[in-house]
Design a protein around this ligand. Structure first.
Ligand code: SF4
Length: 473
């Protein structure tokens, strides 16, 4: 279940900034994601046009979502599958458990599903005596570690190779794997060997969905490991867990979204595996499940459709906004205390779980706008974050001190002459105090800033002043 822990946000951040292993892992991952995306985008001249198209497809779908959802349900029925509607995480878990009980399931394999994380399906399965087994390598690592994902496409991005080596040694030794492995290919190979048996034991396979195609009633997943395909095809029952916003009208629309998704996420032209699941196995099929179920989750999304946060439902979970966010890059995903981290999570979590519960998240942003510029479906993330901050102000969720300071700021900012006079005075003073130093390591009322980084000293003149001087003959 989505449980943001906003009250601990500040403590989480402090802990993350002081965690040397996390900082190493984040620095390595960040540059890799950014470089690969840049290379993939620059190799495709029509990428910007595709972004426009992708955003338009999602906007059109949201505009007509009720109709498309009904059509999708009919199409799933027509292909022999079933759709289950869930307003809340509890209802979604109940639907999953009912299917599992009917199938007599003891073990469930799982592909990566953020919607599954959102509803807390692993916990629900475990409490019902059904063992969930994560099969995506990153998800498997964090399941062994007893943690939640820290990134929406790379759940174990915060783990160093040494930590994974230690985890595998600890958990795989009782299974007869005695050697301590250190190299990535060896670790991957060992995980494969352990998971192979689990795939064959599973009674039910649960996957998420990148897209749900109305035209065919299919669910689409993209993976690089092929684990999603084994999860969807080997067990007798396949359950897809997805938010209602995953609907896409046609296969042609899906192709557009796939082209921007992989490039934005991992810098690939396409993911290694793109799998369409349509209904249960038909006569003559060589493989596939006997039952196909889609659990469609609302969990606050219908409210979002009708308010100023509708654009957030365009999200295709590529993770680019996380990879390009300086705040996420510094603190990692766990510090957000919610299932969805980074810029998209800072909007989605308050919109779904409530602003009061996650009041710190909209503030975890410098409004630099890099997320806007890389989002493949052109979500105006910083505008939505500003809208959340306005809402916080209206709901009086801003501290008295901040309200007081913002009122003073507003008073001054609305009076340009006073503003310029005060700016010149303050900057002149700071410039004099700092003469020769270039930067401050401590400042009164700015301890939170200078505690983590230096404050550049002003040069003794405001921008406006310099601008005017330059223009004068
Ligand atoms: S908000 Fe945009 S960039 Fe961020 S995960 Fe969603 S689609 Fe990707």
């Amino acid at each position: 279940m989505m449980k943001p822990a906003p009250i601990q946000f500040e403590q989480n951040v402090r802990r993350a900034l002081g965690n040397a292993g996390l900082q190493r892992a984040m620095a390595r991952a960040k540059s890799g994601f950014i470089d690969k995306r840049r290379a993939a985008v620059s190799a495709l001249p029509e990428f910007e046009a595709l972004r426009e198209q992708a955003a338009a497809i999602k906007a059109h779908t949201l505009e007509n979502l009720a109709d498309y959802l009904e059509q999708f349900e009919s199409q799933v029925h027509a292909t022999g599958g079933q759709v289950h509607w869930a307003r809340t995480p509890e209802e979604a878990c109940e639907a999953v458990l009912a299917i599992c009980h009917k199938a007599g399931a003891r073990t469930v394999t799982k592909g990566k599903t953020m919607a599954g994380e959102e509803i807390g399906v692993n916990q629900a399965l475990s409490e019902a005596g059904i063992e969930p087994v994560e099969t995506d390598l990153g998800e498997y690592i964090i399941q062994l570690a007893g943690e939640r994902p820290s990134h929406i496409i790379a759940p174990a991005v915060h783990k160093t190779r040494e930590e994974v080596s230690e985890l595998f040694h600890h958990h795989h030794q009782p299974l007869g794997f005695n050697d301590r492995l250190r190299e990535i290919p060896e670790l991957v190979d060992q995980a494969r060997k352990v998971l192979r048996g689990r795939f064959l034991q599973a009674d039910v396979g649960i996957t998420g969905a990148n897209f749900l195609v109305v035209e065919t009633g299919s669910s689409v997943i993209v993976t690089n490991e092929g684990n999603g395909d084994l999860t969807a095809t080997l067990p007798r029952v396949h359950i897809v867990i997805a938010g209602i916003e995953k609907i896409v009208p046609t296969l042609a629309d899906t192709a557009v979204l796939l082209r921007v998704l992989a490039r934005s996420a991992t810098g690939q032209e396409m993911s290694a595996y793109t799998t369409f699941s349509t209904g249960p196995r038909r006569d003559g099929d060589l493989d596939g499940p006997e039952e196909f179920h889609v659990v469609l989750i609302d969990n606050g999304r219908i409210d979002m459709l009708g308010n100023e946060f509708r654009d957030m439902l365009r999200c295709i979970r590529c993770g680019a906004c996380l990879n390009h966010c300086p705040v996420y890059g510094a603190i990692g995903g766990h510090a957000y205390g919610s299932v969805y981290p980074g810029p998209m999570g800072a909007i989605l979590t308050p919109a779904i779980a409530g602003l009061e519960e996650s009041r710190d998240l909209p503030q975890a942003c410098t409004l630099n706008g890099r997320c806007n510029s890389v989002c493949p479906v052109k979500i105006p993330l910083t505008s939505l974050l500003r809208a959340l901050r306005s809402r916080q102000w209206d709901l009086k969720l801003v501290t008295q001190r901040s309200r007081y300071l913002l009122r003073i700021w507003a008073f001054v900012a609305k009076r340009p002459r006073l503003y310029h006079w005060m700016a010149r005075l303050g900057i002149g003073l700071l410039g004099r105090i700092a003469r020769g130093k270039g930067r401050f390591t401590a400042l009164p009322f700015a301890g939170a800033w200078t505690g983590a980084r230096d404050f550049p000293a002003p040069q003794g003149i405001t921008f406006q002043h310099a601008w005017k001087k330059q223009k004068l003959p």
